[in-house]
Design a protein around this ligand. Structure first.
Ligand code: BGP
Length: 463
């Protein structure tokens, strides 16, 4: 395989609430993730003294980060995507002064990365927000939350401006309609109007963070983060093709606002046709003009769209209500594996927005078997990643500007959708099970050595 461009960043991506644990240490407040022990689609469960959830300890990255970063460095990472737990910095979310212990923790983390020359890519909000903001202010349903977020963003930009040059605003900002509590801190049964209003507040906050980043870190870059869904029409029936266009737009509209600085016409029509009234002030319009420098996205699977109601009914049980593609195989969790779709999506997003793209999540969640000698032969993971990276290389040859690739969960972590650890993504195995048993010891899987070779050859070893 032809090598990747010299500036291409290689690494992995993790999120605070899925790795750190230490959920009440260092003055941290509860976050929405802490009260969703069953995962991002799960109900809110109020915490009581003595209860516990897998995420409370997660993989104990909060304490073990030096060991883990040393392992990432051994693989040759030039980039690590992490997130800051907002509730470590502003425990309740509405304080006027930040929690110094929380700020100091991430200082140490960034310093550790710097030791190895690993560039941090930092998400401001990865599927969590301070629970206090939800309980006392109504989450993103309240306009006030825009100000709380802006204060948080300005605080961390000012603190880490010398250490962190690459930032992302909200993880998978386009998931909120499917997971309102996780995305915008609203109850699951909220009306569409309420969720779109909250999304609007978040889009304004994202744009204000872009503006603040440009002011405070002039040599920095800030991107958005989208779930990179790609929907195919199930058939070539024109109605199916149009349905797929609309479905793709329902995911990409967030990117349209963040890249173009205004709501697209098709979205305004959708609001009109469905009687959804979103309050968009003149000041909001002005704020939205600050557009992102680059686009980042996750990519795991594709799905199909049809106007056939019977097939749609059957699909309702799937994670994103997608109809299965008969041409693709699925992971153990039913996610359809589609490497070529990644090339298609990279080309489509480039054609649409003409901004650099960063693949900040991609990977295979699978059950791993530890052999008697302690080895883990995860050839399925190697095949998945290899095939996707080959398509990334093709897209670069197609003329798409790709900044880098951070595979999801380079070390096993707690899954977002199911809050289980047996759905493993890592090159590094963590000895812990879904009940929280295990030593938390780390070990290298076969894919660890494979990824190390890919990075060392700058992609030339891919097949
Ligand atoms: C994305 C999230 C991640 C992550 C990943 C894999 O939606 O941004 O946080 O966990 O999906 O999903 P899961 O953990 O459910 O397998």
């Amino acid at each position: 395989m032809k090598a990747f461009p010299k500036s291409f960043l290689w690494g992995g991506a993790i999120a605070a609430n899925q790795v750190e644990g230490a959920y009440l240490e260092g003055g941290k407040g509860l976050s929405t993730s802490d009260v969703q022990p069953k995962g991002v689609f799960g109900d809110v469960v109020e915490r009581v003294a003595g209860d516990s959830a897998l995420k409370d300890v997660a993989i104990d990255f909060y304490h073990r980060y030096p060991e883990d970063i040393a392992l990432f460095a051994e693989m040759g990472f030039s980039c690590l995507r992490v997130s800051i737990a907002w509730a470590r910095i502003f425990p309740n979310g509405d304080e006027t002064t930040p929690n110094e212990a929380g700020l100091a923790y991430y200082d140490k983390l960034f310093d550790e990365l710097a030791k190895y020359g690993i560039t941090p890519l930092v998400t401001l909000s990865h599927y969590e927000m301070p629970w206090g903001l939800v309980k006392q202010h109504g989450g993103w349903g309240s306009r006030q939350t825009i100000g709380f977020f802006e204060r948080y963003a300005r605080t961390v930009f000012s603190r880490y401006k010398a250490k962190v040059k690459l930032w992302l605003t909200f993880n998978e900002i386009n998931m909120s309609l499917h997971a309102p509590m996780t995305g915008v801190g609203l109850p699951e049964n909220s009306s569409k109007e309420a969720v779109y209003q909250a999304i609007h507040h978040q889009l304004v906050a994202s744009a204000l963070a872009v503006k603040a980043c440009h002011e405070i870190i002039p040599d920095g870059k800030i991107g958005n983060m989208l779930l990179g869904g790609l929907m195919y029409p199930l058939t070539c029936k024109p109605e199916d093709v149009f349905e797929a266009l609309q479905e793709n737009r329902s995911w990409q509209f967030f990117g349209d606002v963040q890249c173009r600085g205004a709501y697209p016409g098709y979205m305004l029509r959708y609001f009109r046709d469905n009687g959804i009234r979103v309050e968009i002030t003149a000041a909001d319009r002005e704020a939205l003009i600050s557009t992102v420098d680059f686009i980042s996205f996750s990519y795991y699977m594709t799905g199909c769209v049809t106007t056939d109601e019977a097939l749609n009914q059957q699909a309702r049980g799937n994670i994103l209500s997608m109809v299965q593609n008969p041409h693709l195989a699925s992971s153990e969790w039913g996610w359809q594996i589609d490497p070529v779709g990644l090339r298609t999506l990279l080309n489509m997003l480039w054609d649409r927005w003409q901004k650099p793209l960063f693949i900040v999540e991609n990977g295979l969640g699978a059950k791993d078997k530890v052999e008697a000698d302690g080895s883990i032969n995860d050839d399925y993971r190697i095949a998945y990643l290899n095939d996707h990276l080959v398509q990334v290389r093709e897209a670069i040859d197609d003329g798409v500007e790709v900044m880098g690739y951070t595979s999801w969960g380079p070390i096993d972590l707690v899954s977002a959708s199911k809050a289980e650890i047996s759905k493993r993504y890592g090159f590094i195995y963590v000895d812990r099970d879904d009940n929280g048993n295990g030593t938390l010891a780390r070990s290298r899987k076969k894919s660890f050595y494979w990824y190390r070779d890919v990075i060392a050859s700058n992609g030339a070893s891919l097949k």
